[in-house]
Ligand binder design. Structure first.
Ligand code: SF4
Length: 308
């Protein structure tokens, strides 16, 4: 007799087959959601995966801006987001009104938005980047200065690694999980416990943490680094869910979250029960204004073209 969670997962697997559905889950999702997903990755990997899957329905386990990006890139598929209240406080920092105001004030500067931004704001941008592509794309634009938002830590990281003047949009945008829970105190505490571990951190972390890191990169780059670096122990400076994924991929390595309490509440709102309800009812469905959707596709295509 399966337990409650295993019973839910079994029903999800069955319904997935009946609906010709796939589940895409972000690296920060609950372990049981990662286990029932067909593909686990970062936001861009998931959006790209969505474009190539042979399915009628995509259930997106992540936060709203990611589900909306998948919907914008897949206008012919049914995209379900099991909890539409799962938003991203970082994305909320750059409203479309704010983007317009910055554009008026700095008309010469291209607008580059981090993928963690509102869909309506992305539609106003010149380029969209991930944490792994930000520095490369900004170097290739060839401009002396760019507007970049909403994450001010990533803006600082990009400015330091490219030499391009980055005007943060706004100056105080941050992810609360990385800003307050992946901080210097928790880093030093983790190093007390695991003094030989290599420290891998996400660029959304504050500068003092990045300066002490052995490696700075996106969640996918951090996962690759765990596999490639010649070390046994790793501290991952990002949302704690990534440590589960790293342990699954590399069972021979010892991986610790920098702070086991660094939890993104929004990411954890997606549960197997909500996924099951979504598959049963085909709701809540992600719908976008067709014009906004077209603009976002254009911005993403332009960005991918520049990246080559
Ligand atoms: S971890 Fe931070 S950036 Fe990522 S979804 Fe949560 S609040 Fe947003």
């Amino acid at each position: 007799m399966p337990g409650y969670v295993e019973g839910l997962l079994e029903r999800i697997r069955e319904l997935k087959r009946q609906r010709r559905a796939v589940i895409l889950a972000h690296n920060y999702q609950l372990p049981e959601v990662q286990d029932v997903a067909d593909f686990v990755g970062d936001s861009l990997e998931l959006a790209r995966k969505a474009m190539n899957v042979d399915a009628d329905v995509i259930v997106f386990a992540g936060v709203s801006f990611m589900a909306e990006m998948v919907a914008a890139l897949n206008p012919d598929k049914v995209v379900l987001h099991p909890d539409p209240t799962a938003g991203c406080p970082l994305a909320d920092f750059a409203t479309p009104q704010l983007v317009r105001r910055y554009k008026e004030k700095h008309p010469q500067a291209p607008v580059v938005l981090y993928v963690n931004s509102l869909t309506a704001a992305k539609a106003l941008a010149d380029y969209v980047v991930t944490s792994s592509s930000a520095a490369r794309l900004i170097s290739r634009i060839g401009a002396e200065e760019v507007l970049f938002g909403p994450d001010s830590n990533l803006a600082d990281h990009v400015q330091r690694s490219t030499g391009v003047r980055v005007i943060p949009l706004p100056g105080h945008g941050h992810c609360p999980v990385h800003q307050y829970l992946i901080d210097e105190y928790h880093l030093m505490k983790a190093l007390d416990e695991h003094p030989n571990a290599k420290v891998l951190v996400h660029p959304e972390a504050p500068r003092e943490v990045r300066e002490r890191a052995d490696f700075i990169g996106s969640t996918s780059q951090m996962l690759r680094a765990v596999g490639e670096m010649d070390a046994e122990e790793f501290i991952l400076g990002t949302e704690e869910g990534l440590a589960y994924r790293a342990r699954r991929l590399y069972p021979n390595k010892r991986v610790y979250p920098l702070n086991p309490r660094a939890i993104c509440i929004d990411m954890k709102k997606i549960t197997p029960l909500k996924i099951l309800r979504s598959l049963e009812t085909l709701k809540p469905r992600v719908t976008l204004d067709p014009e906004v959707s077209r603009r976002v596709r254009e911005v993403i295509e332009r960005s991918l073209q520049l990246l080559g």
